[in-house]
Design a protein around this ligand. Structure first.
Ligand code: SF4
Length: 62
């Protein structure tokens, strides 16, 4: 995603199992490599993570 991934847009590098196709590869963006998952951000499952991240996006919208 040459212009960066906009908020609310699914990353083109996610596969059907919600796994990053670039994981462990040098093409993976530095931001993604630096972001450490934690329960406060990811919750207990994908549904909870999406709810938390959606709220974070709302709360930090310019
Ligand atoms: S880790 Fe980064 S590159 Fe990989 S799927 Fe998530 S946003 Fe996309």
């Amino acid at each position: 995603m040459p212009q960066g991934k906009p908020a609310g847009v699914r990353c083109v590098h996610l596969d059907d199992q919600q796994q990053c196709r670039l994981f462990g590869r040098p093409e993976r963006p530095q931001f993604c490599r630096d972001l450490l998952p934690e329960p406060a951000m990811c919750g207990g499952d994908a549904r909870e993570a999406l709810a938390i991240l959606t709220q974070l996006e709302r709360d930090t919208r310019p």
